[in-house]
Design a protein around this ligand. Structure first.
Ligand code: 5AD
Ligand code: FES
Length: 351
């Protein structure tokens, strides 16, 4: 019975809801699931692991997500913004270390208007023509996304966080709307970005049905990149007393995602590395194929604390780079430094 379920997932890249429930709620299939996910990943990407240099440009945020450490109502956070030159310096350091993707991520900070973002993006585009520029700056208008794209940005990360409307309401203040988030994701796709979405695993009040809704939404969206990580409580948020998401469930979902979207770029996230010292390695073994080390100046790293005990906040960019090389080769995979675009998505899921 179990074999049939996994075989179906591998061959058809889909399951019925009750079959997903079986798979998500039991650890019985985990090892077989992992092996199949690894097989699927190898057929598209071999043992290659792509690296993306993450630059956390601002921890100001106008939003107030209940789980997030840099939410606007956390008055204990020491706020910072990187200047244009800080950002360009990070790119320079990163380029020398072999990074060919720069991810500019930040809270939703109105300080940077569209012209400023466009200017920064077009400068990076000119200086590093062989690099991908990824933005992760939250919800914006179609026009803003288009302007960034026209300035040279190629990819955009915006996790949907949870696809179920009722669950979304439990994690966010009422002014934040799941429908707008979903609209943003479809806008980004239409403009031509490689789009990344994803969700938090084990967030407060999450049910198996919610997770299935996340998978179904991703099937609709067909993103190039899918980032998931365990919920980790931040001590200065309303969710401080909730328990963290589980390592095992996160790994299981990475494997399921790999089988649903064999072509996708799936990071082994920092949150995964935070709940377990070998979390990122286990994430790669479960089917992930991207790592996103931090390129932000060490002086600001601790201030970008979305959750407690975030790893790699004391290390220089070069240290992170070498540490990761060791970690990834130790499990039999290898870091590649080229741009690492998504492999062509076989439209097998659109039925
Ligand atoms: N635990 C885990 N992930 C979190 N994120 C924000 N806060 C937390 C938390 N407490 C994730 C969100 C966001 C990404 C940048 O970090 O999914 O999209
Ligand atoms: Fe900034 Fe959620 S708190 S986007």
């Amino acid at each position: 019975m179990s074999d049939l379920l996994l075989q179906k997932l591998f061959e058809k890249s889909d399951l019925a809801d009750d079959e997903f429930t079986q798979l998500i709620e039991s650890d019985f299939f985990d090892e077989q699931l992992r092996q199949l996910a690894d097989k699927a990943r190898r057929s598209y990407y071999g043992t290659d692991v792509y690296i993306r240099g993450l630059i956390e440009i601002s921890n100001y945020c106008r939003n107030d997500c209940f789980y997030c450490g840099i939410r606007r109502n956390n008055y204990h956070v020491e706020r910072y913004r990187l200047t244009r030159n800080d950002i360009l310096n990070c790119c320079e350091t990163g380029y020398k270390l072999g990074y060919r993707t720069f991810v500019l991520q930040g809270g939703e900070d109105k300080f940077y208007n569209d012209d400023m973002i466009c200017e920064i993006v077009s400068t990076i585009r000119k200086l590093y023509a062989d690099c991908a520029i990824t933005l992760s700056l939250g919800e914006k208008s179609y026009q803003s996304y288009k302007a960034f794209f026209d300035s040279g940005a190629n990819r955009y990360l915006l996790r949907h966080e949870t696809a179920d409307t009722e669950h979304y309401v439990k994690l966010h203040p009422s002014e934040m709307k799941i429908d707008n988030r979903k609209k943003c994701l479809f806008d980004l796709k239409q403009i031509g970005y490689q789009v990344g979405s994803g969700f938090i695993v084990g967030s407060p009040y999450q049910t198996t049905q919610n997770l299935i809704a996340d998978l179904r939404f991703l099937q609709q969206l067909q993103p190039a990149m899918i980032g998931i990580g365990p919920f980790i409580a931040h001590h200065q948020t309303p969710f401080q007393n909730f328990k963290n998401g589980e390592l095992k469930l996160t790994l299981r979902l990475i494997s399921i995602l790999r089988l649903l979207f064999p072509y996708a770029l799936i990071p082994a996230t920092t949150a995964l590395g935070t709940i377990d010292p070998l979390g990122r390695e286990l994430g790669i073994l479960a089917g992930a194929n991207v790592i996103m080390p931090n390129l932000s100046p060490v002086t600001v790293r601790k201030k970008y604390e979305l959750y407690d005990n975030k790893i790699c906040t004391g290390e220089e960019a070069a240290e992170c780079r070498h540490c990761l090389n060791r970690r990834i080769t130790s499990i039999g995979y290898n870091i590649v430094t080229h741009i690492g675009n998504v492999k062509e998505c076989k439209q097998q899921l659109i039925k």
